[in-house]
Design a protein around this ligand. Sequence first.
Ligand code: E4P
Length: 217
Amino acid sequence: MKFFVDTADTNEIKELAATGLLDGVTTNPSLIMKSGRSMKEVVAEICKLVDGPVSAEVVAMDFDGMMKEADELVKIADNICIKLPLTLEGLKACRALSDKGVQTNVTLCFSANQALLAAKAGATFISPFIGRLDDMNIEGLDLIAEIRQIYDNYGFETEILAASIRNANHVKDCALIGADVATIPPATLKALVKHPLTDKGLEAFMKDWEKTGQSIV
Ligand code: E4P
């Protein structure tokens, strides 16, 4: 399973990239707003920090506008992935960009039928938002499972990028279902390593080691 981080905070990205665990980054207009920085500037910096795909979202609502924005965004770096909304115009742009060999991420997916359309449009990634479904009392993980089954039924190569992840269990459950990628907020990604028994065990080992009076180097 690939790990993307869902943020436009370059300090967080730097820290996580240094662990070697990061396979890509997703941004969206809200995350850009939160960064307080120019979109093109921050996305260019992110593209230098990670080798994998960096999703940059178009904001036009029509095909021509999306294509113009995509043309501008792809100039930023080779690892740019164009994020498009799950609308008919977005799917049309997805097909055109995919045919040109540009990586695409179709976002704001809330149904299996939407995911089916994105795969037919040649999307590199489909982003089902599980947390936002959970917020409405609809099981977000069921959507991941449905998409997995549909994509496997037909051998679609579009990767399932589980998005709107809110906790560590979401990551584990997406991995069990077989999502290809999870895009995770920095704090949740860091929380994956935590276990109280690891901390307790380490503390005990360190105390006993100190008693030996030895050093390794
Ligand atoms: C995905 O690409 C989105 O940026 C993100 O996962 C949305 O998450 P949210 O529902 O927590 O805003």
